[in-house]
Design a protein around this ligand. Structure first.
Ligand code: CU
Length: 140
């Protein structure tokens, strides 16, 4: 007696709302190269260090808010596209960037962090985290 029907288990991907920090998990659909993408993948700089540019705005959002990277060093170039001061801080890594602002000469700061192992590393702007200015680096 054959039991082919058992092979027809439904191929349903169950959304797991519990993953990550509670936000929706739609970042994967972002179009690469879009200026205000919700997510971006770090590239490798000329010196071999991973790099990503993260913009900040007066709307208290990071762009991208989700960064994909690999283990090792990641150089984050923080850019202020508005007037308010912002920074980027990883509490789990005890790392906080200098503050960017709309003041000429203060609009670009660099923070280099090291991810020793895969995982999700949350970051915030310490000035505006309560306004939802948060993001994460997904390290694989
Ligand atoms: Cu901010």
């Amino acid at each position: 007696m054959r039991r082919h029907a058992l092979l027809l288990a439904p191929l349903v991907a169950v959304p797991l709302a519990a993953i990550g920090c509670g936000n929706t998990a739609r970042q994967e659909a972002a179009v690469p190269g879009t200026a205000a993408s919700a997510s971006a993948t770090a590239t490798t700089g000329a010196d071999g260090v991973q790099e990503v540019v993260v913009g900040t705005t007066d709307k208290f959002r990071f762009g991208p808010a989700t960064v994909h990277a690999h283990t090792g060093r990641l150089r984050i170039v923080l850019i202020d596209d508005g007037n308010y001061p912002h920074n980027i801080a990883f509490s789990s890594l005890h790392a906080t960037s200098a503050t960017v602002s709309g003041t000429p000469g203060q609009q670009r700061k660099v923070l280099t962090v090291t991810f020793a192992s895969p995982g999700t590393y949350d970051f915030v702007c310490t000035y505006h985290s309560s306004a939802g200015m948060k993001g994460r680096v997904v390290v694989s």
